[in-house]
Design a protein around this ligand. Structure first.
Ligand code: PYR
Length: 493
C-alpha cells in the first residue's frame, strides 16, 4: 500500500480534484462527486481532509467498497500529518452541555413503564438532529398521529370463563419463529441515536427471539449486523431500489449471502416525504455561506441528504427482475389499498406490509390498521387471502394495538420509532425493556380477552364499527404529552 502524507492530500481540495481520508485511507472521489446522494457540497467541505468523523454517523463502513471502484483508493495516510475536519468538535457547545446534564438526570430504566415513557426521555436526551430526523413526519403530521389514534377506534369484545393460565404468543413470520407477533421494522441512521447504531437492535432482537428487518440506509454495514447475530437469528432485509440496477442487485445479493431470509421492498417512497422538523433543523444548522438555492435544498434535513439515489421509476414490472436476482421471499412494504394488495398477490409477492411509512410520506394516507379489514375482506372474497402474509406497521405503542391487528387478520406487526427512542435513551437494555413491556402487555391482553394462543384471537373479539370514522377519537394524554410541536424544541428560529 502506498503511503501519502496529509500535506499531499490537503492539496487535492477542489471540485476538479477531490481527495478525502476515511479510516486512514485516501480516496480520490472526484468522479463520484456528482453521484453522491447527499450532494456535492458535503464532500467538498471535507476535500483534502479527514472526513471520517462526518462519514461515520451516516454511512455503513462497506459503502465505500460498494460505491467506489477499487482504484479510487490511492493509499494510506499517516494520521499524524492529517488536517482534521472542521466538523470534529473539541469544545462542548451549550446545547451539548444541556443535553449531558439531562442525560445524568434521566429516570432509571425500571421507571419506564410503557413506550411513551421512552419517547419522552428520548425527546430530552437525543441530539437535536437525531430527534428531528426520527420524530419528524410528513407535512402536518396528521397521518403520523392518526396511526396510533386509529387503534383507539377499535374496542374489545372479551370472552370470559376460559382457562387462560397458559398464554402462548409465539408465531411464525414467513415460516420463521418469533416469540411474539412483532418484528423490528427498518429505520435509517441508527448511529444518530446510539454510537453503535443498528447492532444494538440486532442484539436486543436476539435476546427476545424476534426478527429484525435490516434497512438499506443502516448506519452499520450488513457485515457488522450479521457479525453480532446470535445462533439461528433471523434477519429480513428492507430495500430502497437504487436507480443503478447493478448496485441494487449487489445490495440484495449481499443481504442474501449474509443470511437475510426475506426481501421487503419499500414501495411507498419514490421520493422521501417533506418532514419539516428535519428540514428546519438542518436549515438552521447550515453554515451561513450556503446561499445557493440548489445547495440549500441538498441540506434540507437528513432525509433529503440520504435519499436521492432512490429509483422513482420502480413499478410492478420490476418484480420479475427482483425474482431473477434473489430467491428470498418478496414482501412489498407500503401497500395502502385493496387494489394494490390484489396486484401484489397477482405479481406473486409472498407478503405485504400495510404501512404509510410511519406517517413520513403522504400526509392523510390512512393508517395500516384501518386498511387491514378492507384488505383481508377483499382478498378473502377473491380467494387470495391464503396467498400472502399480511403485516401492519405504524402507530403500534401498546400490546393491545398488536392484538387488535392480529384479531383483524395481520400475521405480525412492525415497530420502528419506539425502539429507536428506547435505544437512544437507554441503549440495548432500553430496547430489551421496551420489548418486554410490550410482551407483558400482549400477555395480559390475551388473558383478559380469553385467548391462549394467537389462533384464539378472532375478528369477533374486536368492534370496528367506528374504525373508518375519522371524526372522534378519545384524547390520548400520554401520547400528547410526549408529542412535540412542529417547531423544533431547540430550533434557533
Ligand atoms: C425515512 O427517513 O423515512 C427513510 O425511510 C429513510
Amino acid at each position: 500500500m502506498t503511503f501519502i502524507s496529509g500535506e499531499e492530500v490537503a492539496k487535492h481540495n477542489t471540485r476538479q480534484d477531490c481527495w478525502v481520508i476515511i479510516h486512514g485511507k485516501v480516496y480520490d472521489v472526484t468522479n463520484f462527486l456528482p453521484e453522491h446522494p447527499g450532494g456535492v457540497k458535503v464532500i467538498l467541505d471535507q476535500a483534502g481532509k479527514d472526513a471520517t468523523a462526518v462519514f461515520d454517523p451516516i454511512h455503513p463502513r462497506d459503502i465505500i467498497e460498494t460505491h467506489l471502484p477499487p482504484e479510487a483508493c490511492l493509499g494510506e495516510v499517516d494520521p499524524a500529518t492529517v488536517i482534521q475536519t472542521a466538523k470534529v468538535k473539541t469544545v462542548e457547545t451549550e446545547e451539548e452541555k444541556r443535553r449531558h446534564e439531562l442525560i445524568k438526570k434521566k429516570p432509571a430504566l425500571n421507571e419506564m413503564l410503557n413506550l411513551f415513557d421512552f419517547e419522552a426521555v428520548a425527546s430530552q436526551v437525543s441530539t437535536a438532529e437525531a430527534w428531528a430526523y426520527y420524530n419528524s413526519a410528513a407535512d402536518d403530521e396528521i397521518t403520523h398521529r392518526e396511526n396510533h389514534n386509529a387503534f383507539h377506534r377499535i374496542w374489545f369484545r372479551p370472552r370470559v370463563m376460559r382457562d387462560v393460565t397458559h398464554v402462548d404468543m409465539s408465531t411464525k413470520i414467513l415460516g420463521h419463529y418469533s416469540s411474539f407477533p412483532l418484528y423490528i421494522t427498518a429505520t435509517a441512521l441508527g448511529k444518530l441515536g446510539h454510537p453503535e447504531g443498528e447492532v444494538v437492535l440486532t442484539r436486543a432482537a436476539y435476546s427476545h427471539k424476534i426478527i429484525q428487518m435490516v434497512p438499506t440506509l443502516a448506519s452499520c454495514s450488513m457485515d457488522e449486523i450479521a457479525n453480532v447475530c446470535g445462533k439461528g437469528q433471523v434477519l429480513f432485509f428492507q430495500l430502497y431500489a437504487n436507480q443503478n440496477k447493478d448496485i441494487t442487485r449487489r445490495v440484495i445479493q449481499t443481504a442474501e449471502a449474509k443470511g437475510c431470509k426475506a426481501l421487503f421492498i419499500t414501495v411507498d417512497a419514490p421520493q422521501l416525504g417533506r418532514r419539516e422538523k428535519d428540514m428546519r433543523m438542518k436549515y438552521v444548522n447550515a453554515p451561513p455561506d450556503i446561499q445557493d438555492e440548489k445547495e440549500l435544498n441538498r441540506n434540507q434535513g437528513a432525509a433529503r441528504a440520504i435519499s436521492s439515489f432512490i429509483d422513482s421509476s420502480l413499478n410492478w414490472n420490476d418484480l420479475e427482475w427482483f425474482r431473477s436476482v434473489t430467491s428470498m421471499p418478496i414482501v412489498l412494504k407500503g401497500i395502502q389499498t385493496l387494489e394494490d394488495a390484489v396486484l401484489a398477490v397477482k405479481y406473486g409477492c409472498d407478503g405485504i406490509v400495510l404501512s404509510n411509512h410511519g406517517g413520513r410520506q403522504l400526509d392523510f394516507a390512512r393508517s395500516g390498521i384501518e386498511i387491514l379489514p378492507e384488505v383481508v375482506e377483499g382478498l378473502k372474497k377473491k380467494g387470495l387471502l391464503n396467498k400472502v402474509e399480511i403485516y401492519v406497521d405504524g402507530g403500534i405503542r401498546r400490546g393491545t394495538d398488536i392484538i387488535k391487528a392480529i384479531a383483524l387478520g395481520a400475521k405480525a406487526v412492525g415497530i420502528g420509532r419506539p425502539l429507536l427512542y428506547a435505544m437512544s435513551s437507554y441503549g440495548q437494555a432500553g430496547v430489551e425493556r421496551a420489548l418486554q413491556l410490550l410482551k407483558d402487555e400482549v400477555a395480559i391482553c390475551m388473558r383478559l380477552l380469553g385467548a391462549n394462543t394467537l389462533a384464539d384471537i378472532s375478528p369477533d373479539m374486536v368492534d370496528i364499527k367506528n374504525l373508518a370514522t375519522h371524526v372522534y377519537t378519545p384524547k390520548d394524554y400520554l401520547y400528547s404529552g410526549a408529542y412535540e410541536r412542529l417547531v423544533p424544541r431547540r430550533s434557533k428560529l
